[in-house]
Design a protein around this ligand. Structure first.
Ligand SMILES: NC(=O)C1=CN([C@@H]2O[C@H](COP(=O)(O)OP(=O)(O)OC[C@H]3O[C@@H](n4cnc5c(N)ncnc54)[C@H](OP(=O)(O)O)[C@@H]3O)[C@@H](O)[C@H]2O)C=CC1
Ligand SMILES: O=C1O[C@H](COP(=O)(O)O)[C@@H](O)[C@H](O)[C@H]1O
Length: 511
């Protein structure tokens, strides 16, 4: 990497501690940062450089893939970190920051390259970018990139306002909007599996695929984020970004080149093809929302959402939603995409299931047997891998057909040491590769899709269902599929479905 100064705005916050410092350390240990870099931590509270380096060290001990094993290496790494107390709203502080950076530019031969990471509450994003310009931090020769966290706005109008503020200072090509799901190994793998395998791409259409199911389930509640979450809800927190991004990866056409803009062009076309809900009734027929009530998980009593800290006791914010989504283009016409996400569900998992259509039922095997459909499952999180379920003769039987699985468990083979999403994204931003960041038109289209749902929900709240914490959400979500002759496929054997995945015979593990 060519030299650069990295600025972490919000360096005393949770994201910096849990994700960013560990990501820097992994990249450093892997030689991806080189030695010509400085990291400047910025936040209001006072910290000496030594205290800040201790914060970084503690975060690495707690959260990094590489632990702080080697004292000499740690010391070398820590020297790259500096701290400056700064209030985002104070322009004078930015002039001071510029003076500090000039020294770092010389020390590390950065060529004026600067990456500004905003790990801050979104309402501060606009001010930072304006003050960066005012403070002279963009007056150098090298590249200047702005990495911003989600949420990018609350709805389309607020996202447009924010984008307008950022664009007064940065060009679109220099704005890296994070969606950390795009940094996940298996989400990135979707396009490789699709486009690098002769036996998938020909089947990847409405002739052979019956439906696609995307599940992002979480066992946690809102934890300490009640204040943010109660104004957001599952649709904005997970639907507008991570879920639609995964849907785009599944549905996009092959890009003509593996160039970031070509890939993002194809993703945007998927968003443009989403069938928009026409009115409130249409939303209610296709989107189910829920909120967790008290319940139990693993014998532990769990509070209701309305009892969580910083949550309105009468809140109607959804902690769960499931939707039937249609992509109205030639490839996907008639294939429903079912998406669901929720907090306080029984397992933490992210999975995408592709259910293939059954073989014609007049051929002899299907006449004699109840055949299960073939499934291709992308296991994104926490297990990483690909699972293919098919039918085969039970060994030793007289033609008994059983479901068997080809299970490529990536996390079993590579272990838990696969790079974390933030590592990949940070590395990509340092290299100027924006493929796995979201472009403005993606963000805007995703908001306009989600805003229609939110508007219908605002009209009335009677359709909000309460589900016990620790359950799979409102029963109505099952009906979305049963009405179409489908069902949610079990997640890691934990669903109330009939198939016991552990019992499914594992025939082959690919090397
Ligand atoms: N935490 C997470 O897991 C995730 C977070 N995000 C996003 O990342 C961003 C940061 O989240 P998170 O780290 O959790 O938030 P925190 O509340 O933990 O941290 C906020 C940071 O901003 C600083 N800050 C607040 N006001 C100012 C100000 N006026 N001037 C300078 N610094 C200020 C705080 O430091 P101080 O008080 O010292 O000024 C603190 O370092 C948010 O946009 C969030 O949505 C996204 C995905 C996951
Ligand atoms: O962006 C968010 O994602 C997390 C879930 O991320 P994961 O990588 O652990 O699957 C979610 O808990 C949080 O509410 C949301 O803001």
């Amino acid at each position: 990497m060519s030299g650069a100064v990295f600025y972490i705005f919000g360096a005393t916050g949770d994201l910096a501690k849990r994700k960013l410092f560990p990501a820097f350390y992994s990249l450093y240990r892997e030689g991806k940062l080189g030695d010509d870099f400085a990291v400047v931590g910025l936040a209001r509270r006072p910290r000496t450089n030594e205290q800040f380096r201790d914060d970084v060290k503690n975060s690495i001990q707690d959260f990094a893939r590489y632990k702080n094993k080697d004292g000499a290496e740690w010391e070398k790494f820590a020297e790259h970190f500096e701290y400056m107390s700064l209030d985002i709203n104070n322009v004078a502080g930015f002039h001071e920051l510029n003076a500090l950076t000039a020294k770092l530019d010389t020390k590390y031969q950065t060529g004026g390259n600067r990456l500004f990471y905003l790990a801050l509450a979104p309402e501060l994003f606009g001010n930072v970018s304006y003050n960066l310009k005012e403070g002279g931090l963009l007056n150098t020769q090298g590249w200047h990139r702005l990495v911003i966290e989600k949420p990018f706005g609350y709805d389309l109008p607020s996202a447009e306002r924010l984008n307008g503020q950022l664009r007064q200072v940065f060009e679109e090509k220099d704005i890296y909007r994070i969606d950390h799901y795009l940094g996940k190994e298996m989400v990135q793998n979707i396009e490789f599996v699709r486009f690098a395998n002769a036996f998938f791409e020909p089947l990847w259409n409405n002739k052979y695929i019956a439906n696609i199911q995307i599940t992002l389930s979480e066992t946690v509640g809102v934890e300490e984020r009640g204040g943010y979450y109660d104004h957001s809800g599952a649709l904005r927190d997970m639907g507008q970004n991570h879920m639609l991004q995964m849907l785009m990866m599944m549905a996009m056409e092959p890009p003509s080149r593996l160039h970031p803009e070509d890939i993002r062009d194809e993703k945007v076309k998927v968003l443009r093809s989403l069938r928009l809900f026409e009115n409130g009734d249409d939303v209610r027929a296709n989107v189910i929302r829920g909120q967790y009530a008290s319940g139990t998980a693993k014998g532990k009593a769990l509070p209701a959402y309305r009892e969580e800290d910083s949550v309105n006791p009468q809140s109607t914010t959804e902690t769960y939603f499931a939707a039937r989504v249609h992509v109205d283009n030639f490839r996907w016409a008639g294939v429903p995409f079912y998406i669901r996400t929720g907090k306080r569900l029984p397992v933490k998992t992210t999975e995408v299931v592709v259910e293939f259509k059954n073989i014609p039922n007049n051929v002899y095997l299907a006449k004699k047997h109840e055949l299960e459909p073939n499934l291709l499952v992308f296991r994104v999180n926490p297990m990483e891998g690909i699972y293919l379920k098919m039918n085969a003769k039970q060994p030793g039987s007289e033609g008994v057909i059983v479901p068997v699985a080809m299970d490529f468990c990536q996390s079993c083979q590579i272990g838990i040491n696969t790079p974390e999403a933030y590592e990949r994204l940070l590395y990509d931003a340092t290299r100027g590769d924006s493929t796995y960041f979201t472009r403005w038109d993606e963000v805007a289209l995703a908001w306009s899709y989600v805003d229609r749902i939110a508007a219908a929900w605002n009209e009335q709240t009677e359709d909000l269902k309460h589900y016990p914490a620790g359950s799979w959400g409102p029963e109505e979500a099952a009906k979305l599929l049963t009405d179409d002759g489908f069902k949610w496929w079990p997640i890691n054997g934990q669903n109330e479905g009939e198939v016991d995945w552990e019992a499914v015979q594992k025939t082959t593990v690919l090397a």
